[in-house]
Design a protein around this ligand. Sequence first.
Ligand SMILES: *[C@@H]1O[C@H](CO)[C@@H](O)[C@H](O)[C@H]1NC(C)=O
Ligand SMILES: [Ca+2]
Length: 320
Amino acid sequence: MHKTVLSILLSLIVAVVSNEWQQEYMKREHSLIKPYQGKGMMVPFWDFQGITLVTPNYVRVTPDRQSQSGSLWNSIPCTVPAWEMHVNFKIHGHGKDLFGDGMAIWYTKDRMIQGPVFGNMDYFHGLAIFIDTYSNHNGEHNHQHPFISAMVNNGTLHYDHDRDGTHTSLAGCEVKLRNVYYDTHVAIRYEKNTLTVLTDVDNKGEFKECFKASGVMLPTGYYFGVSAATGELSDNHDILSMRLYELDSSDVTSEDRSKIIPSAEKFESPRDHVDDPKPAWSGTKTFFVMLLIFLLIIAIAIAGISWYRDQQEQAKKRFY
Ligand SMILES: *[C@@H]1O[C@H](CO)[C@@H](O)[C@H](O)[C@H]1NC(C)=O
Ligand SMILES: [Ca+2]
């Protein structure tokens, strides 16, 4: 009896807390989740360009065909100063050794402008996270592909495709994420002028750090987007979901961050990948986890007390 009540109570607490976290901190207006289409054929908060196709289960940014490009763009500028964007995607195709070109996740001033940088415009303002599956210039850099890297631009820098953007890259890491049977994820966290990119590409259900760059200045009011392109080589570039979480930003809420010009401290040369299994939790996340642990302890105490009482009853029955 006690046990059933307790387990119901516990699962209720867990459900409420996790739902609360989702509702409170996931910004629906910057997220793309299933079912994508609302009433009619409209996808609320998102616009599409080029070859991009919305299906019930994924958004195919490009199909596995040569010389295609497409993009999807959030239609609401992001006013949240500290955030974490989770992108669930799949890159797959018929090519065994040759495939490309890759895709990019954007947080930029302009949106819906087609161009040469994975289907989007060059000389952009803001942040690009490139998932580059094809090495255009073997020998120029000492990393393997696919390679995830970041670039911050104030509108003056050119993305050099022939060199895989090596000269303008902030940091990066190698990832094996193509043609796997499970979904792959990338998380982009921006808080306290620090950019952290994490990946979950091993089907383990946990993120590990790809790189972290401090001194990254990004304004509020830019747009999230994803673009992809194929050239002589091709791949399906599929987006399954995008979820934007608001992080605790009590330290910066008084600042006006809308006028910031995008910039980053000195570009670092690509360094070796360092695993960081310790996830950095936001204050709110930590709070809920502590609350959950606290409630669990209380539940265990209640269970313990009632068990003890039952034992006493039993003992009394035996004695009398
Ligand atoms: C834009 O970025 C370039 C290269 O980092 C820098 O030299 C230039 O001063 C920046 N311009 C502005 C207006 O911040
Ligand atoms: Ca490339």
